[in-house]
Design a protein around this ligand. Structure first.
Ligand SMILES: [Zn+2]
Length: 91
């Protein structure tokens, strides 16, 4: 029996924009986390972890308190979100 061929990858440009939301609990609370693949919204966000801008096209993380209503969203660099326990946001 020949093995089923993997579907050819059409590449990032052909893939539909996908968002996946998950729930993460950490020492700083419980969060809803959405990983964005990068959308051409034309907006840039400022990462609370490093205070640098996140170009909208860059894949990044949106997080908001799980107990909240989603209005307090923060856009983070993926790496900064992962490292937030070491590098807390300045508020
Ligand atoms: Zn950052």
């Amino acid at each position: 029996m020949p093995r089923r061929k993997p579907r050819p990858d059409p590449g990032p440009a052909a893939r539909p924009l996908r968002e996946s939301q998950s729930y993460e609990a950490g020492p700083d609370g419980e969060w809803n986390v959405r990983r964005l693949t990068g959308a051409a919204t034309g907006k840039t966000y400022r990462c609370p972890g490093c205070q640098q801008e996140i170009p909208a096209a860059l894949p990044h993380v949106v997080a908001w308190p799980a107990a909240g209503d989603g209005e307090d969203r923060r856009h983070w660099h993926t790496a900064c979100w992962s490292a937030r326990e070491r590098r807390r946001p300045r508020s």
